[in-house]
Design a protein around this ligand. Structure first.
Ligand code: FES
Length: 237
């Protein structure tokens, strides 16, 4: 013969009333062991309506927690703020380039944030060759005009997008200076079939827009953020 409500009934009532209250511990134990303790008093205090004192306590908890979080943020803000690059550091990473000595067809290399950046003063023929291939099925489709701010000036990071080798092609070497035959008849030191840049590591070739045209490189050469201050001054920042 069973006395009082079943353990499972007690559990479901208590849980719906207050899942974190003291009643849960007692009824859970009863449910798990299967041994009801009918004469043991049940704590119903958590099932009573909340008093105004409890509401005030909740409010104080909330207010105190909010103040503590605000205080912690204020205390750590100088440290967080120190992680932002200062104006001096940003200015140091900026590179100003005088373009006036670079003749059409010439390419120069500058270092920006530890990486080589190629600046190519493109000839009309190089621009035309790049734009003629805009509509081809390229590995990383991108129109030439999307990669330059002024058609005559291409600015790209000189690092292969496959595994990061520095590319050949900044200077047009005479045939006598070419090194050993390399991928598919292209010599190391040459610009490759599309007259752009060539990667001596695994044979990726790039065109005069810095777009990948052959080889394992997955993406076009990166165009770093840059702007023209006037017709002869460019800044990479
Ligand atoms: S690193 Fe350039 S093709 Fe592999």
């Amino acid at each position: 013969m069973q006395h009082g409500p079943s353990p499972r009934l007690i559990f479901s009532k208590a849980f719906s009333a207050n899942p974190f209250g003291g009643t849960l511990g007692y009824t859970l134990n009863s449910s798990l062991t299967g041994k009801a303790k009918p004469n043991m008093p049940i704590d119903r205090s958590n099932t009573e309506p909340r008093t105004s004192g409890e509401s005030r306590r909740d409010f104080l908890y909330l207010t105190t927690g909010t103040l503590a979080a605000t205080g912690m943020l204020a205390a750590t803000w100088p440290f967080i703020d120190s992680l932002n690059p200062s104006a001096e550091v940003e200015a140091l990473s900026r590179v100003y380039i005088d373009l006036s000595p670079i003749a059409p067809g010439e390419r120069i290399t500058v270092t920006w944030r530890g990486e080589p950046v190629f600046i190519s003063h493109r000839t009309p023929a190089e621009i035309a060759a790049a734009r003629a291939d805009d509509d081809l099925d390229l590995p990383d489709p991108e129109a030439d005009h999307q990669r330059v701010q002024r058609a005559a000036w291409l600015v790209v990071t000189g690092v292969c997008t496959h595994l990061g080798c520095v590319l050949d092609g900044q200077t047009r070497l005479p045939k006598s200076a070419l090194r050993r035959p390399w991928h598919n008849g292209v010599y190391s030191g040459q610009r490759g079939r599309w007259d752009g840049w060539f990667c001596p590591c695994h044979g990726s070739a790039f065109d005069t827009s810095g777009r990948v045209r052959a080889g394992p490189a997955p993406r076009n050469l990166t165009v770093p953020p840059h702007r023209f201050l006037d017709d002869t001054t460019m800044v990479i920042d």
